[in-house]
Write a protein that binds this ligand. Structure first.
Ligand code: FAD
Ligand code: SF4
Length: 604
């Protein structure tokens, strides 16, 4: 019997569950003799989801490299570029007489549905124009539970069941205990390293003058990547001939890692240059500094080029190592910090961000084999900060996505239905300096860091009342690391509060004041961040108050909004009317101000 193994584009780990299962079943050698592996490079979904050009290059180049890697490991591998995933799969199964197809459960629900749909309609053509394939019976489809995350959906469900609130902090602490990360002692006596679970309060600093992060590690495209860039260019030309919109983003310069080895270098480079500065300026936004101390690891972890637990262990090892004399790792790292005291109270190098952290450039090949360590003691706040993102937030959003089920994406707590403005699609020309800076960075690389995503992009969507699903799709198309499982919870839940508070305890709505405090954007803006109405009013200001007024009754029920709702109530009616008129003008509505001016202000 010929056995097929399907490796999806975001399942590029060598520990892929279906590969491991076949090795266990037959033994490593026999598994390679009996099984054939398929990777499909499909452009079929681009009509529905026109992805950023660089995302396509990353996905396809990484797939091609992994196909070679699997072949080198002795597997019989086929990598098929195709216009239709379903056709490629069916033809391949037909050609090789595949009787059993083994696949790992996809992270994204729609992907699993699409594969099952393909099996249900096996004998029909995949597209009306396509010739029907041999009406052979489909192979038996065997799903293997995913091992791409630390928490399986079932384990998350066990944790979540019966809880009134699914707080990330509780989930994260359970993860620390369960996987023994940043803990002291063992078993039930284990306590968090340094005595605290969370050092987030140390990590909220606004940018200081001249703040510059270490340059990230980028790569020159190799021959394979160049071929993929050509394929994307050819697809673009075909789309233009067919009158379709161009794909978003710039194709080049492309500098993302496309191999497991390069992704490992990005991790080591992060450890060597940015781990010790990770925390303090995590929320800062600086013009001309798109990456600061962020790790840029999400695309690689999401595709399976890096494995989350291995990344976490490596970070912890590098942090602990930085506290110790190389030869004698101390039992208690606090003792190695010296006069500064415990590691978390040791002065973070990022206190002097411009001088304290010297980029070391690209790590040498030896760095990967010997395990490069950070050049300075890593503050515990920084180490804990980045580990919380991966062990906490990443796993939590994945677990919630599956726990909340298929109806979650349709959540629309505020009943928001405004279509997306054209400048979002164009990735520029909004006229707002903050927005245009973030969009320009997104256009050139497919990347924006967390606070840019949350407080510039999603915040705008929230206060302007943009349609949640339209915005979630926009995010998924534009970002280098976009996947359904991570977008739904982050955009629908965290960014737009469209789930009514399942993920966040209050909406992350903010006026221009927040952006002004946490960024350098406002200085170059044509709008005035101090004004709430009038032609030069910062749109984030007018939209923010308009949002509060629009949803006054709904927001009043949230105790965490009490203070701002009191501020809203104290606004004189005429001022609120002027603010709301400015919001309406910004949104291009015909003078809604006539209506809002008449709205009673209970305290006026
Ligand atoms: P760092 O800041 O260095 O963080 C380290 C790692 O922690 C990341 O690589 C990522 O793996 C993980 N992480 C941190 N925060 C989150 C989070 N909220 N959810 C999941 N993982 C997290 N993340 C994606 O991977 N893909 C997305 O498409 C995506 N879209 C987002 C959209 C919105 C509106 C928001 C608010 C967040 C989104 N995130 C997404 C989460 C987070 O912003 C990115 O993971 C992070 O910015 C990636 O950059 P980095 O690797 O430099 O992260
Ligand atoms: Fe953004 Fe308003 Fe600042 Fe302009 S003034 S950069 S629109 S927050």
């Amino acid at each position: 019997m010929t056995i097929g193994i399907l490796v999806l584009s975001d399942q590029l780990s060598l520990s892929h569950a279906a590969l491991l299962a076949m090795e266990q079943r037959f033994g490593a050698e026999e598994a390679r003799r009996r099984c054939r592996v398929l990777l499909v490079e499909s452009s079929g979904g681009l009509e529905r989801l026109a992805l950023h050009r660089q995302r396509l290059v990353l996905l396809w180049s990484a797939q091609r490299h992994v196909a070679l890697e699997l072949a080198e490991a002795g597997w019989t591998v086929e990598h098929r570029p195709s216009d239709s995933f379903a056709m490629a799969l069916r033809h391949w199964c037909g050609e090789h007489g595949i009787e059993e197809l083994h696949a790992m459960e996809p992270a994204d629900r729609p992907v699993r549905q699409a594969i099952e749909h393909c099996f249900a309609r096996w004998e029909q053509p995949a597209a009306p124009a396509a010739p029907a394939p041999d009406p052979a019976a489909p192979p038996g489809l065997v799903w293997h539970p995913s091992n791409a995350f630390l928490w399986s959906p079932a384990a998350f469900a066990d944790w979540a069941r019966g809880r009134r609130q699914l707080r990330m902090e509780h989930f994260y602490r359970e993860g620390r205990r369960r996987f023994g990360v940043l803990m002291e002692g063992s078993g039930s006596a284990a306590t968090p390293l340094g005595g605290q679970w969370n050092y987030d309060h140390d990590n909220r600093r606004p940018p200081v003058r001249g703040l510059e992060g270490p340059p990230p590690l980028w790569f020159e495209p190799d021959r394979i990547t160049r071929a993929v860039i050509e394929r994307v260019g050819a697809i673009e030309a075909r789309r233009a001939d067919a009158g379709l919109k161009p794909l978003p983003g710039e194709l080049e310069p492309f500098g993302w890692a496309v191999t497991r080895q390069q992704a490992g270098q990005v991790l080591e480079h992060f450890i060597a240059t940015r781990l010790h500065g990770f925390g303090p300026f995590q929320d800062a936004m600086v013009s001309g500094q798109p990456t600061l101390w962020h790790s840029l690891l999400s695309p690689y972890i999401n595709l399976g080029l890096l494995e989350p637990l291995a990344v976490i262990r490596r970070l912890e090892q590098a942090g602990r190592h930085s506290w110790s004399a190389p030869e004698v790792p101390p039992a208690n790292p606090a003792s190695a910090i010296g006069p500064g005291g415990s590691p978390h109270t040791a002065k973070p190098p990022s206190d002097q961000p411009q001088t304290g952290i010297e980029p070391t450039g690209q790590p040498q090949p030896d760095d990967q084999t010997t395990g490069a360590v950070a050049p300075a003691a890593v503050p515990l706040a920084s180490l804990e900060g980045v580990i919380r993102q991966i062990l906490g937030w990443r796993e939590y959003t994945f677990g919630l996505y599956h726990w909340l089920g298929p109806t979650y994406p349709a959540s629309n707590h505020f009943g928001a239905h405004r279509p997306l403005p054209a400048w979002l699609e164009e990735l520029g020309r909004s006229g707002m300096a903050c927005m245009d800076t973030v969009l320009a960075e997104l256009r050139s690389s497919g990347y924006a860091h967390h606070i840019q995503r949350l407080m510039v992009l999603a915040n705008y969507g929230l206060i302007a009342g943009l349609d949640p699903q339209a915005l979630a799709h926009w995010f998924q198309r534009q970002f280098i690391d976009g996947h359904d499982w991570v977008m739904q919870t982050n955009v629908i839940g965290m960014g737009l509060f469209a789930d009514g508070g399942v993920l966040a305890s209050k909406p992350y709505a903010a006026s221009g004041n927040y952006i002004n405090r946490m960024s350098t954007y406002c200085k170059g803006c044509r709008y005035d961040v101090k004004q709430r109405h009038g032609p030069r009013a910062c749109p984030y200001n007018s939209l923010y108050w308009d949002f509060l007024a629009r949803h006054r009754e709904l927001l009043r029920t949230n105790p965490r909004m009490a203070l701002v709702m009191q501020q809203l109530d104290r606004l004189p009616a005429a001022e609120l009317a002027a603010i709301r008129a400015a919001a309406a003008t910004h949104l291009g509505e015909p003078m809604a101000s006539a209506n809002v001016a008449n709205e009673p202000n209970p305290l006026a």
